[in-house]
Design a binder for this molecule. Structure first.
Ligand code: URA
Ligand code: SF4
Length: 260
């Protein structure tokens, strides 16, 4: 992004931030966009974002296999499997935990109340499922009563998600909620510890944040979730010069992912 684009993005972010705060505009000192733009342009470094799937694989093949899958007990209670939805070369792949009632009925991810909020959160940082995102879940079939997917169910379903990640090669993985973050990262750390910093999975930058249904239950989580979205926004802006080019942070930017 050039300096003017950065300034525009910053201004619209402050509007949304103030809106989240209750509509009162706050005075702010503008960051130095000229230096930030120059620094980012000078730094473009190659990224190791590289993951492999089976040769000849396709998103359609994954979706067809998911629709017919009986690898775990969730096959017995689902109405429709929910393979995922979005564009083929997304900036961001959003990963939730598993379909709820509405998703199970429609066969589409995040179409219930949490999904409506997710769409708004994404829109605030210029992301949209039909334009530059792909949305999927750790398990593709609904756990009855919206319970957490069991470890063996997650394990059974993980190969589908891995294939999707390999096919999509998103610039960033965004895990929404504890279950998705723990499942991908193979950790028992809570979402409070995992969110708000850059992590990696399969060679890709991964950011975790709160699940939109947690935001619906607890308003106080909106502020930190917004901070996470701003990190995502900054990273995408820093890397927009070329797919995978990782720029370093400016004063208002997210920290770029390391190789950890
Ligand atoms: N919650 C999720 O984690 N995924 C969905 O698809 C819907 C709600
Ligand atoms: Fe297969 Fe995943 Fe559905 Fe289990 S949840 S039946 S592994 S698609």
């Amino acid at each position: 992004m050039n300096a003017e684009e950065r300034r525009e993005a910053w201004r619209s972010l402050t509007v949304i931030e103030d809106w989240l705060r209750g509509g009162i505009r706050k005075e702010r000192i503008e960051p130095d966009f000229e230096s930030a733009a120059k620094a980012a342009a000078g730094r473009a470094a190659a990224s190791a974002a590289f993951v492999e799937g089976p040769a000849g694989d396709s998103l359609e093949a994954v979706a067809a296999e998911v629709a017919a899958c009986t690898l775990c007990r969730l096959a017995g209670t689902r109405k429709k499997a929910v393979p995922g939805q979005g564009v083929a070369a997304p900036l961001v792949m959003v990963i939730g935990e598993g379909p709820g009632a509405e998703e199970d009925a429609q066969g589409l991810p995040f179409v219930g109340p949490a999904g409506k909020l997710l769409d708004k959160m994404l829109a605030a940082v210029d992301l949209e499922r039909d334009r530059n995102c792909f949305i999927a879940n750790v398990v593709k079939c609904r756990p009855p009563g919206n319970r957490d997917p069991a470890p063996d169910e997650q394990a059974a379903c993980l190969a589908y998600l891995r294939r999707q990640i390999a096919l999509l090669r998103p610039r960033v993985l965004l895990c929404v909620g504890r279950v998705a973050a723990q499942s991908l990262l193979g950790t028992k750390e809570g979402i409070n510890a995992l969110r708000g910093r850059w992590l990696r999975y399969a060679g890709l930058p991964l950011l975790a944040t709160f699940h939109p249904s947690a935001l619906l239950r607890d308003e106080s989580l909106k502020r930190p979730a917004w901070e996470d979205l701003k990190m995502l926004r900054s990273f995408l802006a820093e890397t927009s010069g070329g797919a995978g080019a990782a720029g370093a942070s400016g004063a208002e930017s997210g920290k770029p992912p390391g190789d950890g």
